[in-house]
Write a protein that binds this ligand. Structure first.
Ligand SMILES: Cc1cc2nc3c(=O)[nH]c(=O)nc-3n(C[C@H](O)[C@H](O)[C@H](O)COP(=O)(O)O)c2cc1C
Length: 468
């Protein structure tokens, strides 16, 4: 049997310090060039050279002001601040690549679905079907205050709102325009046939929408749906909607359990458990030999900022770790931020000192350090032992860490048959799921919003979306 191919996204953000904080001070790091188009177009081309499935761009609305109840450390250390808009990067990167996908994080809490649907469709058109959306609802009160609210909605209510948001999007993206609506017939002077374009009339608890989707159907219609929350309520949401789930595992046993829960959530929602691809965030420091890799790791550690990592984690959990003495036990409180981030607090005896140790490289993603074959061994073993489908590869010193991975690890994985040697044709969805269907699968709830004429003929031939 052919070996399972590891899926791979580069994990990044339109800012200086993303996950492994402090490394922007490294002399070879170029992340302060994030404001230039060239930084992104060069990165996109580099990733396509490495046959990455996608560039996954995180985003945050709001600032990290939980640590010391201040924004001083985030500003000094550039902890995801300043941060530019991720969606606006895509056109330029799509223009210089043919296959790379784009996983775009966008917070639905602060943007009406009608307008967001148009932005997604526009990017899906311009990229020829290479767009994914990482659905987030936010976890910062600072964001809510910035847009005129007292505080963010309660944790589970955010997911209720997200369910309805998705319903509106499906109505717009899947149901407003029938497949054959656009005829582009110059002689008859008919661009679109009025009887095949339908007004959406939605009246729900959170949204009222009466209108036609502004865009004609894009290659994928609904972009590939990513999701990253893993609380009980988050899993329920993922089971219904997500095609890809992003988790931050800490060890293989817990990750195995998490992957199983994601698949069980899909089954509970009436979908195939394998319909969801699960990615884990990972950091890799690789060099030609083990000794060189450890030397590089030691060098990076000199520039990393553990304090910045902990300041970031304060906002993820909603706990001001600066308020604790170094060895004082940290109290568990039910969080209105990221519940999956505080879950471990119930079991572990967390202290600020331990958190600083965990954030030695500025972040606390699983970190592999070694030669190409050692890294490949570990990546393969994570996949085999946990049921994961792939990884979101964080950056350390950028673009150096991506270059190292592409030059050293990818060829090793290819040699072992666990990484593709060429892109598959078609849209991002076709590439990820290899089933020749650019659209949501028939058992996805979004498919039920299609017009009767568009069911069940949902597939379009593999390769139909290729560049001419
Ligand atoms: C690995 C991971 C990555 C995330 N990335 C983002 C992000 O880029 N932007 C954001 O606003 N929220 C992000 N989140 C937060 C989630 O989208 C979600 O709002 C949060 O996890 C709360 O859900 P939960 O309590 O169900 O985990 C991320 C969460 C996880 C676990």
């Amino acid at each position: 049997m052919a070996k399972k191919k590891i899926l791979l996204n580069a994990f990044n953000m339109n800012c200086v310090g993303h996950i492994n904080h402090g490394l922007w001070t490294h002399p070879r790091d170029t992340s302060s060039r994030y404001k230039t188009l060239e930084y992104w177009t060069e990165l996109a081309q580099l990733l396509e050279r490495g046959l990455f499935d996608g560039l996954f761009i995180a985003d945050i609305v709001g600032v990290y002001d939980v640590y010391q109840q201040s924004v001083d450390v985030p500003l000094k250390e550039s902890i995801q601040l300043p941060v530019n808009d991720p969606l606006l990067l895509v056109s330029a990167m799509a223009a210089v690549t043919r296959h790379l996908g784009f996983g775009l994080t966008a917070n639905l809490t602060y943007e009406p679905p009608y307008l967001f649907a148009r932005r997604l469709s526009t990017l899906d058109h311009l990229s020829r079907g290479r767009v994914g959306w990482n659905i987030v609802t936010g976890y910062l009160d600072s964001a809510a205050k910035a847009v005129g609210l007292e505080q963010q909605p309660e944790h589970d209510r955010r997911y209720d709102q997200a369910d309805e948001y998705l319903e509106v999007l499906y109505k717009l993206l899947e149901g407003s325009w029938e497949n054959g609506a656009v005829v582009n017939d110059r002689e008859q002077r008919i661009y679109a046939q009025p009887d095949k374009v339908h007004k959406v009339e939605h009246l729900g608890e959170f949204y009222k929408v009466e209108g036609y989707h502004l865009c004609e159907p894009s290659p994928q219609r609904t972009p590939v749906l990513f999701q990253a929350g893993s609380s009980e309520r988050g899993l329920g949401f993922a089971g219904n909607h997500a095609e890809c789930v992003f988790i931050s595992g800490q060890n293989k046993a817990a990750t195995r359990a998490q992957v199983d829960k994601v698949r069980a959530a899909a089954v509970a929602a009436g979908r195939d458990g394998q319909a969801i691809k699960v990615f884990m965030g990972i950091t890799v420091i690789v060099a030609r030999s083990e000794a060189q890799a450890h030397a590089k790791h030691a060098e990076y550690l000199r520039y990393a900022s553990a304090e910045a990592g902990v300041a970031h984690f304060s906002s993820s959990t909603g706990i001001d770790f600066a308020a604790y003495e170094l060895d004082e036990p940290i109290q568990y409180v039910k969080s209105n931020a990221i519940q999956s981030a505080t879950k471990n607090l119930q079991n572990n005896d967390w202290t600020r000192r331990k958190l600083l140790d965990q954030h030695a490289l500025g972040g606390r993603y699983v970190t592999l350090v070694g030669s190409p074959s050692q890294v490949a061994d570990e990546l393969e073993s994570w996949i085999a032992e946990t049921g994961l489908d792939g990884f979101n590869l964080t950056r350390t010193v950028t673009p150096e860490s991506y270059v190292d991975f592409i030059d050293l690890v990818i060829p090793e994985l290819q040699k072992r048959g666990s990484y593709k040697t060429a892109y598959e044709p078609g849209s991002l969805r076709e590439k990820l799921f290899s089933d020749g269907n650019a659209h949501l699968p028939a058992d996805h709830p979004g498919a039920s919003y299609r017009q009767p004429a568009d069911r069940p003929a949902t597939s379009i031939p593999t390769g139909a979306l290729e560049h001419a």
